[in-house]
Design a protein around this ligand. Structure first.
Ligand code: SF4
Length: 347
């Protein structure tokens, strides 16, 4: 039986050093390979021109550099938001969205194929979880977007999937992309968004990394949150707030609470009052997001008047708040929508 090849892109530098020495090569070769893969972002071993032909052949026998295939690209004519659908090596699809801001472009990547968290407003969870992505598959979404459309300023792990449900590979992705000998993306240019997995929030705090943490809150009363986000039945709001306080205390970093505005569901004044109560005592920022309508789901974003009324209430209570402009209105920009369409076409 043919031995499985090592995925070079998925190795951290220390892992690559161990592996290359086991192959009978000096340790410094790992640094050269890491540089080709993550700084120069080549996709083929033969492009690593400072390695001898013999070593290139040895690498080809034992290892591979995975690729993704972009099979769909949608561009919003109004704001330039791009949505990519990638096909992975095993035929699964993931979505990635590139958004343009004044400070540069930011990429929203997926961490899983599908999701098992079951939030009622989200298309990614409609088919459940197929599998988690490797760190390399998260890197590929980023590198492929840079190769085709230029340098990125930042990345948010907020696409399909719950990143803390794929914790080890998430950390691998961050360790590799921030490495000074690789892509060297600043940790503060990375945001990880969770729906509220309490043990992982605490573990992430213990790392003392400078990565930004966002929590998808969407409701600030236990009963209402549990009705739209099943994770709240496992970790209730009290536990979530304790974990957030722990995070702020440990890292001295501000948490962003993502709050989706859904008409008549999360946008009433009583919801705003509950949100103010929840945020009391927390170093935080609130990001209000009028939801993108999801096909076959009944939830809709509120009109502008209701959006601003909600925002004003929070500001008057002294909370730092922003109302996100809806990017990618003219494409299937809510996560999971493009993948779902593609699968329906392929059936
Ligand atoms: S919102 Fe996030 S955590 Fe919830 S189902 Fe969608 S992808 Fe999963």
């Amino acid at each position: 039986m043919e031995e499985q090849k090592i995925n070079l892109l998925n190795l951290t530098l220390p892992e690559l050093e161990t592996w290359i020495q086991a192959l009978g090569e000096p340790k410094f070769r790992a640094g050269q390979i890491f540089d080709w893969l993550h700084r120069k972002q080549v996709t083929r071993i033969e492009e690593m021109t400072n390695l001898s032909k013999a070593l290139q052949e040895k690498l080809r026998q034992a290892a591979e550099v995975p690729e993704v295939e972009m099979i769909r690209l949608q561009t919003d004519r109004e704001d330039g938001t791009q949505k990519f659908l990638y096909r992975l090596a095993d035929g699964q699809y993931v979505e990635t969205v590139r958004m343009n801001y004044e400070f540069g472009s930011s990429l929203c990547i997926s961490s899983q194929v599908g999701c098992r968290m079951g939030c009622t407003f989200c298309a990614s969870t409609l088919g459940g979880l197929s599998r988690s992505l490797s760190g390399a598959e998260m890197l590929l979404q980023f590198y492929e977007s840079e190769r085709r459309f230029g340098s990125l300023h930042s990345v948010v792990v907020m696409g399909m999937g719950e990143p803390f449900d794929n914790y080890a590979e998430l950390l691998r992705f961050i360790e590799i992309i921030t490495h000074s000998k690789g892509r060297n993306l600043g940790a503060r240019h990375i945001t990880v968004s969770t729906c509220g997995l309490v043990p992982q929030i605490k573990a992430f705090a213990d790392l003392l990394w400078q990565v930004n943490l966002a929590v998808s809150l969407h409701q600030a009363t236990q009963e209402k949150r549990a009705a739209i986000m099943p994770i709240a039945r496992k970790y209730d709001l009290k536990e979530l707030k304790e974990a957030c306080l722990y995070y702020v205390d440990k890292t001295n970093r501000r948490i962003t609470f993502e709050y989706g505005l859904i008409e008549q569901e999360t946008d009433r004044m009583e919801d705003a009052e509950a949100l103010v109560r929840f945020c009391r005592g927390l170093l935080c920022h609130i990001n209000l997001i009028p939801i993108n309508p999801v096909a076959r789901k009944e939830q809709q974003p509120p009109d502008k008047r209701r959006q601003y009324a909600f925002k004003n209430y929070l500001e008057k209570a002294g909370l730092p708040v922003s109302l996100r402009r809806t990017l990618g209105k003219n494409i299937d920009a809510a996560c999971g929508q493009l993948k779902k369409k593609e699968e329906e076409l392929c059936r």
